[in-house]
Design a protein around this ligand. Structure first.
Ligand code: MN
Length: 195
């Protein structure tokens, strides 16, 4: 049986303070992501999904109305692993030209990303993606992921309340600003743009 294990963080739980506290990382990475992984392993055990790579589980279950729970948990595993690789200590700040240029400059990229992230109603994700030849910003609701739509993720921010409520309470805009100014791993995003 294929069984996913926890994806390790690439930094210590205290390394992102004060922009993301160790309490948030302990709860978000240590408990929420761990629960999605456990649920996915439990739900897929004994099904056609049991031995599939994670990306294949997401693509197949997205079109399987009987596998909604598998889709939700698999997509959340992918989304969270991707998100935790999009952040790092002493990240953020100057937007690399190859990311800013498709939007007409860093200020416009930051304004559009922040606007879309602020506009997610309820739980969801904001993404920088490659869709065909186009680099663009999009949002997904709940567990939904660009992977399910044949769109390539380049960068993401989790805007579920569990991602920021311990540190920012209802101030999602402050969390978005902290992500862009202090947390984004631009090298990871640039690598994704090359592939
Ligand atoms: Mn989350």
């Amino acid at each position: 049986m294929f069984s996913l294990t926890q994806f390790p963080l690439h930094f210590s739980e205290s390394a992102l303070a004060p922009y993301m506290s160790s309490d948030t990382l302990n709860c978000h990475h240590g408990r929420h992501l761990a629960t999605y992984i456990k649920n996915l392993n439990d739900l897929s055990d004994g099904t056609e999904y049991a031995d599939m790579p994670l990306i294949e589980i997401i693509k197949k279950s997205a079109n399987d109305t009987g596998a909604k729970k598998i889709f939700n948990n698999a997509a959340q595993v992918f989304n969270h692993d991707f998100f935790f690789r999009c952040i790092m200590p002493n990240g953020g700040g100057n937007v690399p030209d190859e990311i800013a240029n498709p939007f007409g400059g860093a200020d416009k990229f930051i304004a559009e990303f922040s606007s879309v992230a602020s506009g997610v109603f309820g739980s969801g994700w904001v993404w920088l993606v490659r869709d065909g030849d186009e680099i663009k910003i999009m949002a997904t609701a709940n567990a939904d992921t660009p992977i399910a739509h044949g769109i390539t993720p380049l960068m993401t921010l989790d805007v579920w309340e569990h991602a920021y409520y311990l540190d920012y309470q209802n101030r999602r805009a402050d969390f978005i600003n902290a992500f862009l100014s202090h947390l984004v791993n631009w090298d990871f995003v640039r690598e994704n743009m090359k592939n």
